[in-house]
Ligand binder design. Sequence first.
Ligand code: FAD
Length: 428
Amino acid sequence: MKSNAIVWFRNDLRLLDNETLVEAAANFDIIPVYIFDPRHYKTSNLGFTRTGSFKTKFIIETLAQLKSDLQKIGSDLVIRIGKPEILIPAIAKEVNAVKVYASKEITYDEIIIEAALEASLFKNGIALKLIWQQTLFHQEDVPWPIKQVPDVFTQFRKEAESTVKVRALFQKPTKLPAVTNIELGELPTLSQLGLEETVNDKRAVLDFEGGERAANKRLDNYFWKQDLLKNYKETRNGLVGADYSSKLSPWLAVGAISPKTIYYEVKKYEKLRENNDSTYWLIFELLWRDFFKFMAKKHGQKIFLENGISSLEHTLKNDAATFELWQNGKTEDEFINANMNELRMSGFMSNRGRQIVASYLIHQLKVNWTWGAAWFEHSLIDYDPCSNWLNWAYIAGVGNDPRNGREFNVESQRVQHDPKGKYVALWS
Ligand SMILES: Cc1cc2nc3c(=O)[nH]c(=O)nc-3n(C[C@H](O)[C@H](O)[C@H](O)COP(=O)(O)OP(=O)(O)OC[C@H]3O[C@@H](n4cnc5c(N)ncnc54)[C@H](O)[C@@H]3O)c2cc1C
């Protein structure tokens, strides 16, 4: 008989290509656990929670699918609300676990929690095994130690592309042992977490549904059924509707799909349908995602601070009144307002929209960019700490931009991307 181990699910809420799950299950009888951390649902001094309703609802749906998929192969999912570094050692004791497995996180708060958990488990003779699996290119395969990863994207991409091979997928486990002798716990509702219900807005780009099955359905739809991938490079700067980009980001953010799964699906599409600039460009964008993950690991807490990873002194204001106008889509610019309304009412905004409203807050309104990044953290259904904070820092000129910041001319962007005013009319 095998000993017991906990698999602590974090942002890896899937069965396919989940190395943590596969490795744990090969060696132990596993007890899958997910924990809602109340620190995400506490109101900050900016007046809102770190995680908002859209993303939380999406996580709850994803966990419901994960739980039912685990049940289909004999297992289950234990659910708790509390601090993982306190609850996991207690669960480990309850189920006699000798080891805890989890996917490695990259950002500051998550690393602090990992360290506290490790110390607490260690006292009880339990090991914590953390497995890196958030990126397309594995950290052990890139040609630099973390402190030497290039700070310029093009250099990162070119060197990594020419040296790294994407690792093979890990197959789904087909049978797991039953979870016994422990209360399973239930999925919380939004109100139990102190959040408001979301309202479905018909104008939203997509009716995002959480879960691994929903992720694969979207992939299938975008690539195969609608054959949209072949035009991705031309359409990706769109603003209206489901089809201009993959919309895979919410599932990627919670790990309901892995970037490797998307990569291998692109390769299959290139073989069976078409191999062109667009098919490459989706991988190119996934490399931006990788780049920001490596940058977050390299620069640690700095990515969340006003001066970012640069040595520039920042001169932006903590102007609450102006910030509120921006948040609520009440600025003097109707294109900005439309984007901010879309974000507030649907939890999503296009990449182009994100760039323009961030630039506007920073370069026109001169408001502290970290406030804008915090509002995105709260509002976005696809919030990802590395992509969010480093894209903001980039536009503010305190991140990875050799040109020291990006200022967008809102009017020319509007003329280029919304010439007939369709988007503004939709979200006004
Ligand atoms: C200020 C700002 C904040 C952002 N915050 C987030 C965030 O919290 N979470 C998030 O996933 N993305 C963020 N992005 C990046 C990008 O806007 C979204 O990934 C993209 O709009 C999601 O839509 P999609 O899945 O249809 O993207 P697609 O265009 O279909 O791209 C495919 C995937 O590539 C990755 N990707 C694309 N563009 C970028 C980029 N600029 N940086 C990093 N990865 C990228 C994403 O994982 C995306 O799902 C931010 C961008 C800006 C400018």
